[in-house]
Design a protein around this ligand. Structure first.
Ligand code: HEM
Length: 378
């Protein structure tokens, strides 16, 4: 359950309210609740201007979000390893980028390392801060809170901490639980796949979106993963990929199975056409994820540094069946409640375009580790 995080969120909200009366003015001129947060404004200014320049919830934002998960999940409550959201994925990139599940994280190395080197905050904080700011490029997201003060890793996380798309629901939920994330947290976090795509699952195609609206944090991902799969965006037959319902869209086997498994099907369906539910459960679970393995009592609430996300009009948040598809195409799996009735979008079935790749994610660091200047952090 998310209850501890909701308590934390409520605490943050009241602390934020109290802090409004005693704000400090930073050397850069901005105001914030706590002087420690002043260190974040130059970072914010730099990444907004240069790292996410022109990125309206596209490749750079998606890359920054994914690496935050892959870093944080390197933690175990039962096996005594990892310090979670500790920067190890980049600090110990020579080890962690070689793990199968981290295929494509080289993009994040290319994107973030030049900026990390310019600023004097921990790598751990940079990764979660950049991900939090990346969310604010995405219409539909609720204002994300941010806690500051993570301690950097002193060792790499071990292999097999990041779930793989070909693993069973039991395996994925067990790994997430071991890190401190419940089944409902997991489904809540997978709302991130509504603003995401795959560059490496089909090795012949990059930027394949997981839903028809990969630059909007809306509930279409939960609608479209419940529709019968009929085609592959490319040749198909790739590990971790199953058929999707729309041309150009890729479906992960893990998302398909989480949508249909009795343990998670109703949690999944609860997001369909319920923007408020999806946004609030994601907000809480994302906060929790970014604190894994870290000592929250030593951290500072810097939520007021985070920019305001763009709004999503109610009409734009209304879920729909893609053109040509109807309720008959739903593979309903929640035993408790029928799948919501949705209108079919007008027009002919269209192929969803690939997500345009940012030049900033395509630097010298390749997926095979060639060209990555790991000595950066030595
Ligand atoms: C729990 C099981 C999960 C599995 C099996 C999984 C698997 C994957 C895979 C295979 C990709 C495609 C990578 C590529 O080929 O480029 C992907 C992309 C992505 N995932 Fe996940 N994921 C999971 C959870 C999460 C979570 C919890 C988050 C964030 C909170 C997340 C955020 C993303 C994002 C943003 C992308 C797009 C990255 C980009 O476009 O560069 N995923 N995921």
């Amino acid at each position: 359950m998310l209850s501890t995080t909701f308590v934390l969120l409520a605490g943050l909200a009241s602390a934020y309210g109290a802090a409004l009366q005693r704000r400090v003015t930073c050397p850069t001129g901005e105001q914030t609740a706590n002087a420690a947060c002043c260190a974040l404004f130059p970072v914010l200014d730099d990444i907004q201007t240069n790292m996410f320049a022109g990125d309206t919830c596209s490749d750079a934002a998606h890359t920054a979000l994914r690496v935050a998960f892959h870093d944080a999940i390197g933690f175990s409550n039962t096996q005594n390893f990892g310090t979670g959201a500790d920067g190890s994925i980049l600090l110990f990139g020579e080890t962690e980028l070689a793990f199968d599940a981290n295929l494509g994280i080289a993009d994040a190395f290319n994107l973030e390392v030049p900026f990390i080197k310019k600023h004097n905050i921990s790598v751990a904080d940079f990764i979660q801060f950049a991900a939090t700011v990346s969310l604010t490029r995405c219409p539909g997201i609720l204002q994300p809170p941010f806690m500051f003060g993570r301690v950097d890793a002193t060792a790499a996380a071990p292999d097999n901490t990041v779930p793989e798309p070909f693993q069973t629901v039991d395996q994925i939920l067990a790994r997430m639980a071991d890190a401190g994330l419940s089944a409902s947290d997991t489904v809540a976090l997978l709302a991130s796949h509504s603003i995401a795509g795959a560059d490496d699952v089909d090795p012949t195609l990059s930027g394949l979106p997981f839903d028809s609206t990969p630059s909007i944090f809306d509930t279409q991902f939960f609608v479209e993963t419940q529709l019968r799969g009929t085609l592959f965006p490319g040749s198909g037959g790739n590990q971790g990929e199953v058929e999707s319902p729309i041309g150009g869209e890729i479906r992960l086997q893990s998302d398909s199975e989480l949508a249909r498994d009795p343990q998670t099907a109703c949690l999944w369906q609860a997001n369909v056409n319920n923007q408020a539910h999806m946004a609030s459960t994601f907000q809480a679970a994302f906060l929790k994820m970014g604190l894994l393995g870290q000592d929250v009592s030593k951290m500072v609430d810097c939520s007021d540094v985070i920019p305001t996300p763009p709004p999503l009009a109610a009409a734009a948040a209304a879920a729909f069946f893609p053109p040509g598809l109807t309720q008959n195409d739903v593979e309903s799996a929640c035993a408790d409640t029928p799948f919501p009735n949705l209108p079919t979008a007008p027009g002919a079935a269209a192929t969803i375009p690939q997500i345009v790749q940012s030049p900033l994610t395509a630097g010298d660091c390749d997926d095979d580790g060639e060209g990555c200047n790991f000595a950066t952090f030595a």
